[in-house]
Design a protein. Structure first.
Length: 264
């Protein structure tokens, strides 16, 4: 297939994928969620079933994107995502990287932007799964503590928005605050998206010249040090800086490793 036709096909595949995602969100919100509310009286069991459904739906969605030739992906160290009560921190190079984490993390909870909980296509799944929104910082911390204490795996993108390509990562303090106040071990996940796509302010129809490859690497846990006498805001600022430096360093190593492998 020539380059022009290949790109046109991937554009069509991307359009089909987005349409499928939106339709799936509507079906979950308008059909499945009300059915669960009627059939399952226990709210915790209902939420658990909704999360399992979303996980399976996202796996099917990833399979659809692969089948249409939109992208390929690999996930290293997925066993670490199965450990309960962990705080998963990941960089955020693309709009769709959260789909891969939710698809492969059992009993996953997630902190999402408040506007997504009002979006017509995403509010149904978010509310059914009981995902945490970032509207109120104090409510967020309490909800994160309860989620981790219940044995969920909590996924958070500490940048707060999608990564700007070519620039070092800058983290907000939300992830550090949660880690310090809950004592939950941090599971770092490095995500590379090559070539870049669906970054901030880039519309879906700007299709890269080549097929996208998403590489996720789950690293070893980062234990949280015991609380010190320093004020919590100061500890959070230090930990945020350390985490950002750690991610930038590890992403650079991953980038060099991939380049070396490609040359070899």
């Amino acid at each position: 297939m020539s380059g022009v036709w290949n790109r046109a096909w991937r554009c069509m595949g991307t359009a089909i994928s987005f349409a499928t995602f939106g339709l799936g969100g509507l079906v979950i919100g308008l059909v499945i969620t009300p059915m669960l509310a009627v059939c399952i009286r226990n709210p915790q069991r209902r939420q658990q079933l909704a999360r399992q459904l979303i996980q399976k739906a996202f796996r099917c969605f990833i399979g659809l994107m692969q089948g249409l030739g939109v992208l390929d992906y690999c996930l290293e160290g997925r066993h670490s995502l199965a450990r309960p009560g962990r705080l998963v921190l990941a960089n955020h190079p693309s709009l769709i990287d959260v789909i891969f984490l939710l698809a492969h993390t059992p009993n996953a909870d997630c902190i999402v932007k408040g506007r997504l909980a009002d979006n017509l296509f995403t509010r149904g799944p978010i509310r059914a799964a009981g995902f945490i929104t970032n509207r109120d910082p104090e409510d967020l911390l309490a909800a994160a503590h309860n989620s981790l204490a219940a044995g969920n795996t909590l996924i958070l993108f500490p940048e707060g928005t999608r990564t700007t390509p070519g620039r070092p990562l800058k983290f907000r303090r939300g992830g550090a605050n949660i880690a310090l106040r809950t004592g939950a071990p941090i599971v770092p996940v490095l995500i590379q998206c090559i070539p870049t796509t669906l970054t901030k302010d880039v519309p879906w129809y700007h299709i890269p010249a080549t097929k996208v490859h998403i590489h996720l690497r789950v690293l070893d846990e980062l234990p949280i040090e015991p609380p010190s006498a320093a004020p919590t805001p100061l500890q959070a600022r230090r930990l945020t800086q350390e985490l950002a430096e750690f991610f930038n360093r590890e992403l650079e190593l991953l980038h060099d490793e991939r380049n070396t492998t490609a040359v070899a």
